[in-house]
Design a protein around this ligand. Structure first.
Ligand SMILES: [Zn+2]
Length: 94
């Protein structure tokens, strides 16, 4: 599935609920899902990790839909490598 296609799918499934909840409430849910991903990292359960990554992405796309941000367009900032140093792989000092 293409990124834009996934964003449209999430919009079809959740936009009505997301719009009622609003950006602040949706952002809070995204933060909770990131917390669940943190827990999944500790369990090292591959299936649980996959599920939590999917949830974090779904909530990220929900928030982007509310703010009318096209993620496929937004991620173009990385197409030529690291946006800071311009290299692939990144050569920035950590
Ligand atoms: Zn870099």
């Amino acid at each position: 599935m293409e990124i834009r296609e996934f964003q449209h799918l999430i919009k079809d499934i959740y936009y009505e609920k997301d719009a009622k909840r609003g950006t602040d409430g949706t952002f809070r849910w995204l933060c909770e899902e990131v917390g669940e991903l943190a827990k999944a990292l500790r369990t090292k359960d591959r299936e649980n990790l996959r599920e939590e990554f999917a949830d974090v992405l779904a909530w990220t796309f929900s928030l982007a839909n509310l703010l009318d941000v096209d993620i496929e367009d937004a991620i173009k900032k990385y197409k030529n490598g690291c946006p800071k140093c311009g290299h692939i792989p990144c050569e920035c000092k950590e």
